[in-house]
Design a binder for this molecule. Structure first.
Ligand code: FES
Ligand SMILES: [Fe+2]
Length: 435
């Protein structure tokens, strides 16, 4: 397979088969997901030693735990005896994990600590130190936890690159600009959609362009206050420049805005006074901490390949988890400012629930689009004809040194399919045998 079988960057076209071919899906598992660093959760989910939760790393099920020494472990949730999940609870606090099939037990760091009949029938010869749960490489970045099982993968810092490190740090800053300003609340929202995982990924990566889909819900004022447009920044009195930012070497993408200045930045118009007061105070604090960079507003993006995030009012991080070429499971973590009063946390939770997820009014529009578009990649005639990715082709430019928007990134102002092209170009490089 050649990269040009899938994507023609000069023509701006992409094969529809990459959304429906099971053969390509199997390649993705090995060549795109296995060497990637994946978001698996947040340290606020592991407040005490012994805390754990289940997550996914690529397509692999994992246990994320904090052991008695306080260290964070990411363990393949597959018993070394016959492959049962070693842990079947979504989250909790434990001293060890006991497999429910034959009772092998593992410590919070994955070490095999107990085997029934160890003395009598294994004659004490089973080498327990060799049969612990498989451990992933782990990295914690401003409270977010990342993992990979690939020993040959790049370091986490090199995988992200300097620019995505800047944007991820900015994402994880509270509204007052405080590093590590967020915590996860509630359970994870998980649901399945009958479409290829890349429909969600490319939408989060760069689609500033589908407001048309959301016209009806826009009229309902589903914004944070429940009284304004769905986006909090719609109430800002300062002009802003929307932009698509991509790191083409690594496939990472960001949708963002930069405000012209910081005056009149009333982000939560229409919300209760306590909520408004909180955000106005945060805004002042943010300017003190970040200076000119406080003008940046992250809307969303994708850390290649499937870790996605949304910000601008509601801060979420999620995963597009492929189950097959035509089926995807979506996981979403909701973040709220750690030090905010409860009324702010409740307002954000309600905003998130009416906006996103399987019952969210805005995301329902998106899921309808993606599942219907999936059919357009499967039928015999339709799948012969490529998709069009020509929007704003040739208009990208490198970031200028005075912009602080990145070193390796290219940028397009206004709507564009710049980020989608960068995402798929990098994807095709990974999938193909030759360029
Ligand atoms: S499968 Fe876990 S103990 Fe047998
Ligand atoms: Fe959307």
């Amino acid at each position: 397979m050649r990269a040009t079988d899938f994507i023609d960057l000069e023509a701006g076209t992409l094969s529809r088969e990459i959304f429906s071919s099971e053969e390509i899906y199997r390649r993705e598992v090995e060549r795109v997901f296995a060497p990637a660093w994946s978001f698996v959760g947040h340290t606020s989910q592991l407040a005490k030693n012994g805390d754990f939760f289940l997550s996914r790393c690529g397509i692999e099920p994992v246990i994320v735990s904090r052991d008695q020494a306080g260290a964070i472990n990411v363990l393949l949730n597959s018993c070394r005896h016959r492959g049962m999940p070693a842990c079947r609870y979504d989250s909790g606090n434990a001293t060890d994990f006991i497999c429910s099939y034959h009772g092998w037990s593992y410590g919070l760091d994955g070490a095999l600590v107990g085997v029934p009949k160890f003395r009598e029938r294994y004659q004490g010869k089973l080498e327990r130190e060799k049969w612990g749960l498989i451990r992933a490489r782990v990295n914690v970045f401003h409270g977010s936890i990342w993992a990979t099982f690939d020993d040959a993968a790049l370091s986490f810092e090199d995988y992200l690159g300097p620019d995505m490190q800047f944007y991820l740090q900015a994402l994880l800053q509270g509204p007052d600009g405080d590093d590590d300003g967020y915590e996860v609340i509630g359970g994870l929202v998980k649901w399945q959609v009958a479409c290829n995982w890349k429909f969600g990924a490319e939408n989060f990566a760069g689609d500033h362009y589908h407001g048309y889909s959301h016209i009806s819900v826009e009229r309902l004022s589903v914004g944070l206050s429940g009284k304004t447009s769905r986006h909090n920044f719609a109430a800002a009195k300062t002009p802003r420049q929307a932009m698509s930012v991509a790191d083409p070497k690594r496939g990472h993408t960001i949708r963002a805005s930069v405000f012209k200045d910081l005056a009149g930045y009333d982000v939560q118009a229409g919300a209760p006074d306590e909520v408004n007061d909180y955000y106005l105070k945060c805004h002042e604090e943010r300017q003190k901490r970040l200076g000119d960079k406080a003008r940046l507003l992250i809307h969303g993006g994708v850390i290649f390949p499937n870790t996605h995030f949304n910000s601008a009012g509601r801060t979420t991080i999620g995963l597009w988890l492929p189950l097959s070429a035509g089926k995807t499971e979506i996981w979403r973590w909701l973040f709220v400012p750690r030090n905010a009063p409860n009324i702010v946390k409740d307002t954000l939770r309600e905003y998130y629930l009416r906006y996103a997820g399987p019952a969210g009014m805005v995301e329902q529009d998106d899921m309808e689009n993606w599942t219907a578009a999936q059919h357009g990649t499967e039928s015999l005639v339709a799948r012969k004809y490529p998709f069009n990715y020509q929007l704003a082709m040739g208009l990208a430019r490198p970031a200028r040194a005075d912009e602080w928007l990145g070193r390796d990134v290219s940028i397009t102002e206004d709507v564009a399919e710049h980020n989608q092209r960068a995402f798929y170009a990098h994807w095709a490089e990974r999938i193909a045998d030759t360029p």
